[in-house]
Design a protein around this ligand. Structure first.
Ligand code: PXL
Length: 291
């Protein structure tokens, strides 16, 4: 009975405004019928992507006591999902959390949030990358964007273009860091700049996947969090990897298309609340290919 609803331990910050991190993850996974148990790393008044000011309460000192209470209660998680982490100490705490709470069937997903558009985010420096690599080595699935994938592989710059062969090599090398499944988002299309790709590799069956959609030249913070949440929701409902990625990609495209026509600051995020209803259904599968 207690297993009827799957549970995700979501290790992210809580940003009170702007639909990123927990305020995107909780509604997304809840709409898919999954219980989110947040382990907040920090509380911000709003996310940092495009607002001039924000308040920041670091919760690192509180996390161990919080986790100890969860241990005493004896909570069993179906998935552990970490994202934006602020320090090496938080990486160590999350790493220990994975060791303590992982069971054979637990899905461990690490989204190595650090960079985008060829650049590290403001609050990160290069010393953070080896620390994130250590956490990545514990994951079953990682979901870097194209820039994060390049930085995890040791490149200091992110190429503008990449061939299919190079991309397959990147996926394989990232999986050799530890995760069985590697998903890279926002990959520029080799042939057509009007398209963007999500690519993935599953080392268990040695399959490479590619999904393509139209590139919309805009940026809304938080869409990576929503993408990974939809993927997790699908995997926990026993969808296969490419169909999970297809649903996540379709959902994000839908959110961007329904927001893009309105004139409002992009920093407020996509109009998620209008679209959550579509997560309750299984959409027609659009397309994916084995590469
Ligand atoms: O969604 C990524 C994210 C998470 N947390 C904070 C952020 C951002 C992106 O801007 O600022 C605090």
């Amino acid at each position: 009975m207690h297993n009827m609803i799957k549970k995700v331990a979501a290790i992210h910050d809580l940003s009170g405004y702007g639909r990123a991190s927990l305020t995107a993850i909780i509604p997304t996974l809840s709409s898919m019928g999954i219980q989110v148990c947040p382990l907040p790393t920090a509380i911000l008044s709003n996310h940092t992507g495009g607002f001039e000011t924000f308040s920041y309460l670091d919760l690192t000192d509180n996390m161990e006591e919080y986790i100890d209470s969860w241990k005493r209660i004896g909570i069993d998680f179906d998935c552990i999902y970490s994202g934006f982490l602020g320090s090496g100490r938080q990486i160590d705490i999350v790493s220990k959390f994975i060791d303590d709470f992982r069971r054979d069937s637990t899905l461990v997903v690490v989204d190595p949030v650090m960079a985008d558009g060829g650049k590290l985010y403001k609050s990160f420096d290069w010393d953070f990358i080896p620390l994130m690599k250590k956490l990545v080595s514990k994951a079953d699935v990682i979901t870097p964007n194209f820039t994060e994938a390049a930085f995890l592989l040791g490149y200091k710059e992110c190429p503008k273009k990449i061939s299919k062969e190079q991309l397959k090599d990147w996926l394989k090398r990232l999986s050799e860091l530890g995760p069985k499944t590697v998903v890279i988002t926002s990959v520029p299309d080799e042939k057509n700049p009007d398209y963007t790709n999500v690519v993935a590799y599953n080392s268990k069956d040695d399959n490479y996947w590619k999904l393509t959609c139209r590139y919309i030249p805009t940026y809304y913070p938080g869409t990576g969090d929503t993408f990974t949440s939809v993927m997790i929701g699908c995997l926990l409902q026993d969808e296969c990897l490419p169909v999970s990625l297809d649903k996540a990609m379709q959902f994000i495209s839908q959110c961007i298309k329904s927001s893009y026509g309105f004139e409002y600051p992009k920093r407020n995020g996509v109009l998620l609340e209008r679209e959550l209803q579509f997560l309750r259904t299984r959409p027609l599968i659009s397309d994916y290919e084995n590469i």
